[in-house]
Ligand binder design. Structure first.
Ligand code: SF4
Length: 375
């Protein structure tokens, strides 16, 4: 579906917030004829990722390396977090701005008290054309078996669980924790039992650490209805010590599995889907590849991120934000002013980090940590 240019028209009202947003527009008129808000590269703002906490009960080496996020690390104090009410208000404004999917992330979202209440509120939202807004969550699964039923009842549509191996020692090395693989598998089973399907399992592959788990993971999830997705190890944030040599390209994973269980590539479910899709020729199910390093997909990136303390980020590899929704909400600005801030943030968006990664790597960058803005 083509995306067209927007036509800004007259400003209605302002609140106390200074006019740092430049040319005032009204959100509704900022939406093009397909009801979406395009950025500079004509990509629509369709997916909102909300980080509801910067805390986690694991220390995955590619996301929250313990040497940085140690016992002295200062997490955001509670008053600085968006309250559940503020998150729900912001989400409703985003949906009126064309958002169709909301993904709850973190840190580890199941650590956020009252998360079910938030999901209940979000699950009552309707898109501009009256459809249910899809509410998904990405979790490490450690608390999932205890919470699956309540999440389902609250209205969660689907869930993605991170699991980087079945071998206990390798899993503990990747998560830098003493948590057992069994705990996460029980969480996945509980999610399946209560019907939080389709369930996706994301495995970040790091060469020399867990790449030996590719086949065991593929075999474990064949014929289960669960979609296993292999994630290329990424240079997210500024603390995980990323090197290209530790990346296992998606094509290498496909070739490895296909040599044993032939795979057939299939089309994406929708525009902007992050994972490329493959099905087993023998009907044993589906796998996916999230290849942000070797098969970049910035040209179709429809994602905006709301950080734990209310700032907007337009790329996973962003270095800063100039839009603070928490400040606007706590200045008692109107929904219209907040939606204008969202429109201005997105409409000037030019992000395509994965396309320029290698040039970008020449210059020091202070990228925001993934645990703060959600994966
Ligand atoms: S690098 Fe940024 S722009 Fe590209 S796909 Fe990822 S989040 Fe989107």
């Amino acid at each position: 579906m083509p995306y067209s240019k927007v036509m800004p028209i007259k400003l209605i009202e302002t609140c106390g917030a200074p006019q740092e947003f430049g040319e005032p527009v009204i959100i509704r008129s900022a939406l093009n004829f397909t009801g979406v808000l395009p950025d500079v590269l004509h990509r629509p703002m369709l997916d909102l990722r909300i980080s509801v906490t910067d805390r986690c009960n694991l220390r995955c080496t590619y996301c929250m390396p313990r040497e940085i996020f140690d016992k002295n690390h200062v997490f955001l104090p509670r008053p600085e977090l968006l309250s559940l009410e503020e998150i729900a208000r912001a989400a409703a404004i985003f949906v009126r701005s064309g958002i169709r999917k909301i993904r709850i992330t973190g840190g580890e979202p199941l650590l956020r008290r009252g998360i079910e209440k938030l999901i209940e509120k979000l699950s009552s939202l309707r898109t501009l054309n009256g459809e249910m807004v899809e509410i998904a969550m990405t979790t490490n699964g450690v608390l999932l078996s205890a919470k699956a039923q309540a999440l389902k009842e609250a209205g969660l549509s689907r869930i993605t669980v991170s699991l980087d191996g079945l071998n206990e020692a390798i899993f503990r090395r990747m998560s830098d924790s003493n948590v057992s693989v069994r705990t996460v598998l029980e969480g996945i089973e509980a999610a399946q039992r209560v019907g939080l399907s389709p369930i996706k399992v994301n495995m970040v592959v790091k060469r020399g650490v867990n790449d030996g788990e590719i086949i065991p993971m593929a075999e474990y999830f064949r014929n289960t209805g669960i979609i296993l997705r292999f994630v290329e190890y990424m240079d997210v944030g500024s603390t995980n010590g990323w090197v290209m040599d530790e990346v296992v390209p998606a094509q290498e994973v496909v070739d490895l599995i296909s040599a044993r269980y032939p795979l057939v590539a299939v089309d994406a479910n929708c525009k902007g889907e992050v994972a490329s899709r493959w099905v087993y020729a023998d009907g044993a199910g589906e796998i996916g590849q999230i290849a942000s390093v070797t098969q970049v997909f910035c040209h179709e990136c429809t994602r905006i991120r709301l950080s734990t303390d209310g700032k907007l980020y337009t790329c996973l590899f962003a270095e800063q934000s100039d839009t603070d929704l928490r400040a606007l909400m706590r200045q008692e600005c109107s929904d219209e002013t907040i939606s204008r801030a969202i429109a201005n943030c997105w409409q000037k968006r030019t992000d395509r980090y994965s396309e320029i990664r290698h040039e970008a790597q020449q210059f020091p960058r202070n990228k925001i940590e993934m645990s703060y803005i959600g994966g």
